[in-house]
Design a protein around this ligand. Structure first.
Ligand code: MGD
Ligand code: MGD
Ligand code: MO
Length: 652
């Protein structure tokens, strides 16, 4: 472990492999480190079988690297235990969209955002977290679109909104159901679409009936009039875009939340048409692509079902190996299996779970329970410090060739712009070197060779040669052939008068309200929600090295009302305690906060470990944790500030 002083210093790029001897990490040659990595995997497979292995693949790396990582897992090891940080953010969006429409992608293009009449940003702060997407939203506003923001905090995104609906954390389903009920009662449903493209409307009508505007106001805190206004505006808009992010998905009932939003589009026909759609704004630069490449436990490349024997057979023929006919463990289940001793070895490429998973002590225990942990990263992260073998990767996004896929399903070519630091190796090459040591001779392919293999196996990518990607500046999937140009939006079929074209209707999601698991009471009376600020990125590993006048370390945003009640001044250090742990952090009094709500990031875990407070209650369908809702109390602390300064307003 580092000394406390070095914990505030920027992370250094890894340039030499490390191996653990007698409890300590020491520098090693590439040959020694790769031998150790491979031997440890082989030993664990021999003793416990292939399902004792888990792979966490990097949602920041290229499609090609993710394809190779999942192929390694499924063929060299022989398990489907492969996942990524998609689990911590938009797995519920994928699950909810797939349950409704059969596939999990966002339905619209960015151009359609500009051309729409109404945008709802539900549980997302794109001004900070998706600034490029937010530019498209601003163009829509400039073009006359109405903008609604649904968020417990009055975020900086909300500054541009026609109306901000400040709801209580975890009350999105009552709000959505009340909007649905109001649309039905006002006679504003799109009956053509409901009749052709959906199923289960009557059950849905009965489900939402109790959620009157008054009942919803009482539960959500949003004034009835604002709910009514949004319901009418959404239903009456010619075109409307529903966009959501983690305020919806980081909950114990996240897939239900997603279904509740999808229901509103089914009621009004705001899907399957140009300018109307459903858009989860994906988190990491390539989290959409990582999933599309099959770096998830239940799908092969192109979102193809692992349980379908014909699909498996196509991959088996190409790869010359048998694929297990069952879903693998997701990230959450892998950590649980480590606790049970069923998963004994993990290969983590570009993830920092020790600081991104809830309840740090639990994560540390689980990592330490492993027999063999290999971490391949560009920095020596806290997770890497726990590893048996650390492999320095060079393939950060600007140091490699390949493709990325963004939230509008657009695959784009990237070209190497920088040389990697000496000593580091390309992610794909490292995986191939381990595969070769484990008995399969994998000569490192070029990125284009990997991509052509993807195209041969994934129908939705088939028409995307590197040449076409370059010429057209990216192509959205599905792109099944080099000749056809597909519409920019998905699910047009649902509008067809011909049942044969329409196919399976989209079912309404029959989902009930379930408040946050961590209940508020006299001991823990405040609701803590966690999220992001503009200048920092996730666990801070990649942003700690650049200086910004806006960065002031971790802060606890508190409403002026709570600050007055608790006699707290800006910059004063408080102890924040949840049922699981406590931290010291300076306060920032924020007019954007509603009474009873406090906010922190998880960007500075070396100084303030927010994950000591969070809860690992997870969505049973998607496995995503309820990062957005912990119950806490705050007390004045005499200790000096752990994060230094902290007297300037943080901004939301
Ligand atoms: N600058 C910056 N950009 C990033 C990242 C970063 O770390 N820094 N991370 C990237 C990643 S991995 C992701 S996944 C995205 C995340 O992007 P966002 O989801 O936009 O980011 P968050 O700030 O985590 O959460 C969004 C909002 O959810 C609200 N919220 C909390 N609880 C609830 C609730 O119960 N209901 C509703 N409706 N809203 C709620 C919060 O107040 C917050 O404003 O950002 C990506 N972009
Ligand atoms: N409290 C709280 N916790 C949260 C969230 C929250 O809102 N609140 N959000 C969750 C979400 S949405 C996410 S996505 C997770 C993020 O959690 P993580 O993915 O665990 O965190 P990051 O800090 O993004 O770690 C990325 C790592 O990838 C490495 N890396 C970057 N590029 C490459 C590459 O090309 N190759 C290799 N080998 N490595 C690379 C970086 O050095 C870094 O160590 O956190 C989750 N945790
Ligand atoms: Mo994310």
């Amino acid at each position: 472990m580092r000394s406390d002083d070095s914990r505030t210093a920027p992370y250094q790029r890894l340039t030499r492999p490390l191996v653990r001897d007698n409890g300590e990490l020491r520098p090693a040659s590439w040959d020694e480190a790769l031998d150790r990595a491979a031997e440890g995997f082989a030993r664990n497979i021999d003793r416990h079988g292939p399902n004792a292995f888990g792979m966490l693949s990097c949602a920041r790396a290229t499609n090609e690297m993710n394809f190779v990582a999942q192929k390694f897992t499924r063929t060299v090891i022989g398990t489907n235990n492969v996942d990524s940080c998609n689990r911590t953010c938009h797995a519920p969006s994928v699950a909810g969209l797939a349950a409704a429409f059969g596939s999990g992608g966002g339905t619209s293009s960015y151009q359609e955002i500009e051309d729409t009449d109404l945008v709802i940003l539900w549980g997302g702060n794109p001004r900070f977290a998706h600034p490029i997407f937010f530019q498209h939203v601003l163009k829509a506003v400039h073009n006359g679109a109405r903008l609604y923001v649904v968020d417990p905090r009055r975020t900086s995104s909300a500054e541009w909104a026609d109306r901000w609906l400040g709801l209580n954390v975890g009350t999105d389903i009552p709000l959505a159901h009340a909007i649905g009920r109001e649309i039905i009662h006002a006679g504003l449903t799109n009956d053509t679409f409901i009749g052709r493209g959906t199923s289960g409307f009557e059950e849905y009508r009965a489900l939402v009936e109790p959620w009157t505007l008054a009942a919803a106001e009482a539960e959500t805190g949003v004034p009835a009039e604002a709910i009514r206004e949004l319901a009418h505006a959404y239903a009456l808009a010619e075109r409307a875009q529903m966009c959501w992010t983690l305020g919806i998905t980081e909950h114990h009932n996240a897939t239900d939340n997603v279904r509740a939003l999808i229901n509103l589009s089914l009621l009004t026909g705001h899907v399957g048409r140009y300018g109307s759609g459903l858009n989860p704004l994906r988190g990491q630069n390539n989290v959409q692509g990582g999933g599309d490449m099959g770096a998830i436990p239940d799908r092969l490349a192109g979102f193809q079902d692992i349980l379908d024997p014909e699909i498996r057979q196509r991959f088996e023929t190409s790869w010359g190996r048998t694929i297990q006919p069952r879903r693998g463990l997701n990230l959450t289940q892998m950590f649980e299996a480590a606790d049970e001793g069923e998963l004994t070895t993990l290969y983590i490429i570009g993830e920092n779970p020790l600081q991104s998973e809830p309840e740090t002590e639990k994560t540390l225990r689980r990592l330490n329970a492993l027999d063999h942990l290999v971490v391949q990263d560009i920095f020596l992260t806290r997770t890497a410090e726990q590893a048996d073998v650390v492999l320095p990767a060079s393939a950060s996004w600007c140091e490699s060739d390949g493709t990325f896929t963004n939230s509008e399903r657009r695959v784009q070519l990237v070209r190497k712009a920088l040389d990697p630091p000496p000593g580091a190796r390309d992610d794909i090459h490292i995986i191939c070197d381990i595969a070769t040591r484990m008995g399969l001779r994998w000569d490192p392919p070029s990125a284009e060779e990997v991509w052509n293999e993807v195209r041969s196996l994934s129908p939705i990518h088939r028409g995307m040669s590197y040449g076409r990607l370059e010429e057209l500046h990216g192509i959205q999937w599905p792109c099944p052939s080099e000749e056809r140009v597909e519409p920019s939006y998905l699910h047009e079929r649902l509008w067809s008068p011909d049942p044969a074209v329409r196919g399976e209707p989209a079912p309404f999601g029959i989902v009930g309200h379930s408040p946050p698991v961590d209940l508020l009471d006299a001991d823990y009376p405040l609701r803590l929600t966690t999220g992001r600020r503009l200048d920092d990125y996730n666990t801070g590993v990649q942003t700690s090295g650049f200086s910004s006048p806006l960065r002031r370390g971790e802060l606890l945003d508190v409403s002026p009302e709570d600050a007055a009640r608790l006699d707290l001044a800006d910059g004063e250090v408080v102890r924040v305690s949840s049922r699981r742990g406590s931290v010291l952090v300076p306060v920032s009094v924020e007019p954007s906060m509603r009474e009873g709500l406090v906010f922190m990031t998880f960007h500075f875990p070396d100084q303030v470990d927010t994950q000591l407070l969070t809860i690992d209650a997870t969505d049973p369908i998607a496995g995503t944790s309820e990062y957005k809702a912990a119950a806490v109390r705050i007390e004045k602390a005499e200790q000096p500030s752990p994060a230094g300064e902290g007297a300037v307003p943080a901004g939301t």
